[in-house]
Ligand binder design. Structure first.
Ligand code: GLU
Length: 509
């Protein structure tokens, strides 16, 4: 098998979409599986769409997701530079080669002339109205002008582009590893611009030249590029590189949760979930889009979730570490059908990965959040809280939210619970319980429970009678984590204090 060299080739036109992270991931999995090379190439030839900060954002996002780059922007390598804007001279050379060998031509048409062409073709009933073998001979280009005229225009610096001369009526065959055989007639392909008037190549030329020079073995990219693939095949052929052509794999679209159309940022915004891996502040509008990281997703959860958006292992197994994904991944197991984006599944993965962390790891999330609020908490207490809450959280920040009562005593109590459950017996039992708890040595959950049962039976009452009120006065909540464990964490002094506060403030009307 050919040495596996894959590339992730985003354009720095804004934040990296979550679909882009999936594309990068699939490339990465293939590279790692075959001890190959993962390349990051920045395709920044469209200067008009360049967004400052986008390149750094892409690099940071991949880093956070754990997708490691072996060669490329920010990393270097033997095929540098990896930023297309720094490779202008290279593309020029190949464009020239195409012109010299009759596979491309200079075109001098102005915008107005192109518009006239489209109108003319429209009037003739041509459905495509494109610059192609149908129209090229009516236009102002080096095919219709004499050599001398062309040279004169070039010498005079007249604005021009270089267009690809698509062969007439030729079947273009391409094997897509996901879609199978694709056959397109060249009449479907227009004479695409290869070099723009600003001297920059277009995506098509730069992409093909770089994939060839960088010895790319597999092009794994989104389905939206499938229509360009026949043109790319023709370019490989015209440049004499057909034997070095990479294999193509066009990934299925990411669909809205209901499967109805492509997932867009607007849909994600509307449904309240992120579309970008990290926070992104749009430099044009200053608008902040919150990222998966900041919402509390763990990279391993996002990776596992994204891997399954289009790929499956062919078994029931759903939990895969990155290494397991590398071991199991094959392009053949990527589906053709669009993948529905189900955020609940992402939450489910997050919950799984969060709960598989140990108490000390969970405690560090809590401690970090507490620190921001200048709330002190010992490592030991934070670990106990983590243990107590671990089955109730899906996101790290929920540890802080759900642990508030451990740091702040409730000051208000639910009227309904008081009306229903607060009576002379309850008050009597609570008073006795608080006295016993205060005297208890080495209070833990088990002891707290024994004391409660004993105190109740000594008074001829049942512990169950006060459980709801006890939870309410200790935590301020109607439901929550294990109550006895909560008492252990609060400690005897704080527990007693809270019960006594309730006994003093709650009066029955
Ligand atoms: N620059 C293209 C993009 O932004 C890359 C497409 C490809 O991988 O060929 O998606």
């Amino acid at each position: 098998m050919r040495e596996v060299r894959v590339r992730f080739a985003p354009s720095p036109t804004g934040a990296l979409h979550i679909g882009g992270v999936r594309t990068a991931l699939y490339n990465y999995l293939l590279a790692r599986k075959h001890n190959g090379t993962m390349i990051l190439r920045i395709e920044d030839t469209d200067q008009s769409r360049y967004v400052p900060g986008a390149e750094e954002y892409i690099i940071k996002s991949l880093e956070w997701a754990g997708i490691q780059i072996d060669e490329g922007v920010g990393k270097g390598g033997s095929h540098a530079p990896y930023r297309q804007s720094e490779r202008k001279e290279i593309y020029k050379q190949y464009a020239q080669k195409l012109v010299d060998e009759g596979n491309a031509y200079y075109a001098f048409d102005t915008e107005a002339e192109l518009e006239l062409m489209r109108e003319r073709l429209k009037a003739q009933g041509d459905p495509n109205q494109q610059y192609s073998s149908n129209s090229r001979l009516q236009m102002k280009n080096s095919l219709t002008l004499s050599e001398a005229e062309t040279q004169q225009k070039l010498n005079a610096g007249e604005p021009h582009v270089i267009r690809f001369k698509v062969p007439v009526n030729q079947e273009i065959y391409l094997t897509d590893l996901i879609r199978g055989e694709v056959v397109v007639n060249s009449s479907q392909v227009d004479d695409k611009v290869l070099m723009k008037s600003d001297g920059m190549p277009t995506y098509h030329l730069a992409n093909v030249v770089d994939d060839y020079l960088m010895k790319i073995s597999h092009v794994i990219r989104g389905e939206e590029w499938l229509p360009s693939a026949p043109l790319h095949v023709l370019l490989y052929q015209s440049l004499g590189w057909q034997n070095e052509m990479p294999q193509f794999a066009h990934l299925p679209l990411l669909l809205k949760p209901d499967g109805n159309g492509k997932l867009s940022k607007r849909d994600a915004d509307k449904m309240g979930f992120p579309i970008f891996p990290l926070n992104w502040k749009d430099p044009a509008t200053n608008e902040l889009a919150v990222g998966y990281k900041e919402v509390g997703y763990l990279p391993e959860a996002l990776i596992n979730f994204l891997a399954f958006l289009g790929w499956n292992p062919g078994t029931e197994k759903e939990i895969f570490s990155l290494q397991e994904l590398i071991d199991e991944f094959t392009i053949e197991r990527i589906g053709k059908a669009g993948a529905k984006f189900d955020i609940h599944k992402a939450q489910w993965y997050n919950q799984h990965y969060l709960r598989s962390k140990n108490n000390s790891e969970l405690a560090s999330y809590l401690l970090e959040d507490l620190k921001k609020e200048n709330i002190f908490c010992s490592q030991e207490k934070a670990e106990k809280i983590a243990h107590c809450l671990r089955e109730r959280v899906s996101f790290p920040q929920e540890l802080r939210l759900q642990s508030n009562f451990f740091f702040f005593a409730p000051t208000q109590f639910d009227e309904q619970v008081i009306l229903k459950k607060w009576n002379a017996d309850a008050a009597k039992l609570l008073l006795a319980y608080s006295t016993e708890i205060k005297a208890a040595k080495n209070l833990n959950a088990e002891l707290a429970k024994i004391i409660l049962d004993n105190t109740a039976s000594q008074l001829g009452l049942k512990a169950g009678q006060i459980l709801q009120v006890l939870r309410m006065i200790l935590t301020g909540q109607g439901s929550g984590p294990d109550l006895m464990l909560s008492i252990e964490i609060l400690g005897s002094e704080e527990t007693t204090k809270r019960i006594n506060y309730a006994l003093q403030t709650i009066t029955i009307k």
